[in-house]
Design a binder for this molecule. Structure first.
Ligand code: A3P
Length: 327
């Protein structure tokens, strides 16, 4: 609704302009908005703008569900899953909204909505609302962390996150010659210079919070969901308070939802094909197809030397040490 869209907020721009900028390189490694270092986190300027407004203004509802993730960790997939689990009573599979809408059009991305003056759209969504965020836990608005809202967190092997991000940025910038080389990208990632990086802090914080409040934060791993999607779809449904009934299980509703949300199926819908089906997100043109690439575990093997993989693994293991979390 056009009447709900306001001018993008600018009240924090002076502060943002004073923050450290990403290292300058001959070819960029972020998607067009320079990264700024805010409280130890690298964030695109506009996302940061949205974040600061959101921290001040966002009012959660007790029934809200947040999908939190580091970018390229399975956000699109989990958006589709949560959305279709919640909407299953009202949506037939033949005319399902996911056939004509990209999952990102079904579940709003909070920082972007706030950055683009569209926060009122979030206010008018009926409960229970589902929204996603890439913010680290400590930057979430108090209205979320002090509430009874549910958070689903999905994480993924950082090596595959890095590969996935490299391709995503490459597509947005217009090809492999427009982006930093994979080796440069890797070096920055290992230094934590990446949108919402460092990745290890992001994962660890949600992990620790999920151990403190397991009934409020569900901590899932992309690779595990790939292996047993039906099991995790059921776990998701229980967690968000709408478990599958025995009748539904007998009618194989879980399997149907899993299939609808599979990358093979989603990628095939016209709406998700590369080309003109673009979501304009803060001056960046993102084709809806860019969110679907391989959807596999272990693609890093085709991009990294064994030495690079071991170095990144060692770094992550070192960061996770003592937390009980294994990669
Ligand atoms: P790859 O680039 O490794 O293929 P995000 O949604 O957080 O941006 O993550 C994008 C990654 O999730 C991409 O990984 C993409 O292919 C994968 N993905 C998207 N939809 C998926 C689905 N339905 N099932 C599994 N993986 C999916």
């Amino acid at each position: 609704n056009i009447h709900l869209i306001e001018k993008p907020p600018q009240e924090h721009d002076a502060l943002i302009a004073t923050l450290p900028l990403e290292p300058v390189y001959e070819r960029p490694f972020s998607i067009g908005h320079p990264l700024r270092l805010y409280k130890g986190v690298w964030m695109g300027e506009k996302i940061l703008r949205g974040t600061l407004v959101m921290q001040q203004c966002f009012k959660s509802r007790p029934t809200d569900i947040f999908l939190a993730s580091f970018p390229k960790s399975g956000t699109t997939w989990l958006k589709a899953m949560i959305f279709s689990i919640l909407a299953r009573a009202n949506c037939s599979l033949d005319t399902h909204p996911l056939r004509s809408l990209n999952p990102h059009q079904c579940v709003p991305f909070m920082e972007v909505e706030f950055a683009t003056g569209r926060s009122k759209i979030i206010e008018v969504i009926p409960s229970p609302r589902v929204m996603n965020t890439h913010l680290p836990y400590f930057l979430l608005p108090d209205s979320i962390t002090d509430s009874s809202c549910l958070i689903v967190y999905v994480w993924r092997d950082p090596k595959d996150v890095l590969v996935s991000m490299w391709y995503f940025v490459q597509k947005i910038l217009g090809g492999p010659d427009k982006i930093a080389t994979f080796d440069q990208f890797y070096e920055f990632f290992c230094q934590g210079v990446d949108t919402f990086g460092p990745i290890w802090n992001h994962i660890l914080e949600y992990w620790e919070e999920s151990r403190r409040r397991p009934e409020k934060i569900l901590f899932l791993k992309y690779e595990n969901i790939l292996q047993e999607p039906v099991k995790y779809a059921k776990q998701l449904a229980r967690f968000i308070g709408c478990p599958f009934s025995e009748t539904e299980e007998n009618q194989r509703v879980v399997e149907q939802i899993v299939e609808l949300c599979s990358i093979k199926k989603l990628k095939d819908f016209d709406v998700n094909k590369d080309g003109d089906r673009v979501m304009s997100s803060m001056d960046v043109r993102i084709s809806k197809g860019y969110f679907f690439r391989k959807g596999e575990a272990g693609d890093w093997k085709s991009h990294m030397t064994q030495e690079m993989a071991e170095r990144l693994d060692t770094l992550i293991k070192e960061k996770f040490k003592g937390s009980g979390l294994q990669i």
